[in-house]
Design a protein around this ligand. Sequence first.
Ligand code: FAD
Length: 442
Amino acid sequence: MSVAIALFTRDLRVHDNPVLHAACHAAREVVPLFVLDKAIVTGGSMSANRAVFLADALADLDSQLRDRNGCLVVRSGSVVNEVERIVADLGVEEIHLAGHGCEVRVHANTITVVEPAAITPSGGGSHFAVFTPYYRRWVAVDTRRLLVPPDRITVASIAAQPLPGPEQIRSGQRSPYLSPGGETAGRRILRDWLTGPIQQYEQAHDDLVADGTSRLSPYLHFGCVSPTEALRAADRSTPGGEAFIRQLAWRDFHHQVLAARPDTSTADYRTRHDRWRCDDAAARAWRDGRTGYPIVDAGMRQLRREGWMHNRARLITASFLTKTLYLDWRIGAQHFFDLLVDADVANNQLNWQWVAGTGTDTDTRPNRILNPLRQAQRYDPSGDYVRRYLPELQDVRGPAVHQPWKLDPSQRADLDYPDPIIDLRDGADHFRTARDKTGGEQ
Ligand code: FAD
């Protein structure tokens, strides 16, 4: 075969990339193509933070390809139109588009370890709605072998556009402390993670101060790191390795739910016939990290500052919005989507629904409520996480930072920090339905 297109989407890497690997093996010349799709760039699924990461990832991919004598061919427009144009110009034989007589090969196990629908419940049904039985089947799947990057790539002669900068992808206000995008950074983080911190993962993953999780989520989201490679590289025989692998399975779990139920990107997976409250001022205070509950506000400020939030803080802030303020999970999911670099329809919307009690796993504890004060005592006992993200509470020492309303009035008067927007001691209950009160607080 003379020419094939390797169309990059959410697999922005050269290592363990089935698409690039197959194209290079099948054809003499390859077009390593990325299309900046106008519909995606101008639609709701792009944000200023993700644009920065994407621009980094494309520049890094181009440099990885150049190291192998190739380059990244960037086009903008519609994916279908651009691919069709290249097919027609070069006589490409390996992407099948109507009317052009060439073949499209879709490569599985590129974005997830296990493809959605590759495993289904033995009792029938299109997908697993409960994680544990899914996980049992997931760990037993034989994963494919890892693919080495091609040594040398011969790129077909074709016009390409310059690599886009973040501003050409999406302008807007960005978080000041974003992680660098791209495969090189992702592989370095994975390597560092596996050679040390993963060993403490089981004990430290909920500790907000320790920040003891991998921070790989943006790299997995953009495919700068292969999930199969991350899985194979982790040592399952260690406690940290097993716990980390389980989290990778959660990622695939949500992908298989969304593939079977695409409506759950906006609709309840399992409706509870809730009537959410409308309260713009409360929603604004939550978004701005000004609820008066420091543990909630610190999480929301971390999101704004880094375009990323610790998983425990995601749980606390999401529970506060949906279970304490009783506001619709879609309000929270949208705000997370606007700022998270790892924002992903499957993982974001379905985790939000899990917390809100409308998602999978509702058989177990749909009514669980995370009490911010108890969560703060448990996961930020020193108060250092709060002080890291709330400069206005910098000078409040120790765990007292979690309850600024109890400070001496003179000290309190000096703080530019709001009173709680809701009184948890008794006020929170009036937003909850009778059914919620049976759920239990943690
Ligand atoms: P680690 O703890 O190191 O885990 C390793 C990897 O496993 C992660 O990078 C991620 O890919 C996967 N993972 C871990 N936990 C989960 C989970 N609960 N669900 C699915 N995958 C998981 N994750 C996203 O990738 N994108 C999102 O948009 C997203 N939105 C969320 C919204 C809410 C309300 C909640 C509660 C969780 C959300 N998560 C999301 C899941 C989780 O918080 C992040 O994946 C995790 O915090 C990323 O940090 P890490 O890479 O250090 O994770």
